[in-house]
Design a protein around this ligand. Structure first.
Ligand code: 13P
Ligand code: SF4
Length: 348
């Protein structure tokens, strides 16, 4: 009870600050945020949609990003000089992004180009990465992509050069390769802890796709056993999953797609349908509330603790210190190179 009263007080203060700042402030919220945060945002979306929003905004001096750090950082790269980007909790990181260390990425890139030659590989980096990796891609004529445009990005990359180095999600890369009918033996995993990523020189020469060994702990928790159990319980249900899941889970699903695909799927499915979803739990809970005429069930409860770090208290603190604290900044040269990679994605 106390908690609800406190939340109401905080929410009222946030609304008052929003009213005072008007169009000088824009609050962006990722679909995985808690409902009370989504309700206070100006735009909700997936990482691609929100990066487009950030790039398009011409008025807001202050962009407050309720999501994880790499998303706010991407907004800061796309922001204009008069804009500041803040995140309510600087420690809201992403495990997957942390799996690609810039030093090791640079080393892997040098190892591969030393074997296959210069200008034979296009680097593609998932949005879930830090600015250094995006800058590396920009410097080497590559692009950023998100789960909503990875296939397009692969097709674009193959038009530039014959091989792709995909960072840092092994599963998204493999699922995209499968979708484009790239033979499994041509996609090799690059384990940064092993010499030559754990591959032989001939494997590297033969490969068309290098998959950095990284993954999302939230999405790799789903298994085909979970799916079998749910299909037994709900025989008429459709199972849809995010492409960060393993290829076994993706192959056993009825549909696979990005966060925005999942949202659209639920919206367009007919009344009374049963949809089982394999993605972050806060999004699924919200969809279940928004569509009471459909049965929306999680494949399994899997919460992203990084996204969950953003709450009403730290959002209020951020707004009370607008333009002053928790500002996400990016070094000038890194920003310039990372901007190229992000622009390549936005013009795909
Ligand atoms: P989207 O690109 O679909 O927003 O997903 C981001 C993410 O972190 C998924 O785990
Ligand atoms: Fe990162 Fe996974 Fe959380 Fe997405 S769900 S932000 S990939 S840890």
């Amino acid at each position: 009870m106390e908690n609800t009263k406190d939340n109401k007080k905080i929410t009222d203060k946030i609304i008052a600050i929003k009213q005072k700042l008007g169009n000088q402030l824009v609050i962006l919220t990722h679909h995985y945020q808690r409902k009370e945060i989504i309700d206070l945002g100006d735009h909700k979306g997936d990482s691609f949609g929100l990066s487009q929003r950030a790039a398009q905004d011409k008025h807001a001096r202050y962009i407050v990003f309720c999501g994880v750090h790499f998303m706010a950082e991407s907004a800061a790269i796309l922001a204009k000089n008069f804009q500041t980007v803040q995140i309510p909790d600087m420690n809201a990181g992403c495990w997957m992004a942390d799996m690609a260390d810039s030093f090791l990425v640079e080393k892997a890139w040098n190892d591969v180009t030393a074997i296959v030659g210069e200008n034979r590989v296009t680097p593609l980096v998932y949005m879930n990465s830090d600015a250094f990796i995006k800058a590396h891609c920009g410097r080497n004529n590559g692009a950023v992509c998100t789960s909503s445009n990875t296939s397009k990005a692969f097709e674009w990359a193959f038009k530039q050069r014959e091989k792709i180095f995909f960072f840092p999600d092994e599963h998204l890369g493999r699922n995209t390769g499968n979708n484009l009918k790239i033979p499994a033996q041509e996609m090799i995993v690059w384990d940064p802890e092993k010499p030559l990523g754990g591959n032989s020189e001939s494997d590297i020469k033969r490969a068309t796709v290098f998959l950095w060994k990284g993954h999302c702990l939230v999405h790799t928790r789903f298994t085909t056993n979970d799916m079998t159990a749910m299909r037994e319980k709900f025989p008429d249900a459709k199972i849809i999953v995010h492409p960060e899941c393993t290829q076994e889970v993706v192959k056993a699903s009825d549909a696979v797609g990005s966060t925005s695909f999942i949202v659209k799927y639920v919206d367009q499915t007919s009344k009374g349908s049963v949809v089982i979803i394999g993605t972050e739990i806060n999004l699924i809970k919200r969809l279940a509330m928004d569509y009471p005429d459909k049965k929306i069930i999680p494949l399994k409860e899997s919460l992203c603790p990084n996204m969950y770090k953003i709450n009403l208290k730290n959002l209020l603190a951020c707004l009370e210190n607008i333009g002053k604290t928790n500002i996400v900044t990016v070094d000038k040269t890194i920003k310039k190179d990372a901007f190229i990679a992000l622009e390549n994605m936005l013009s795909l």
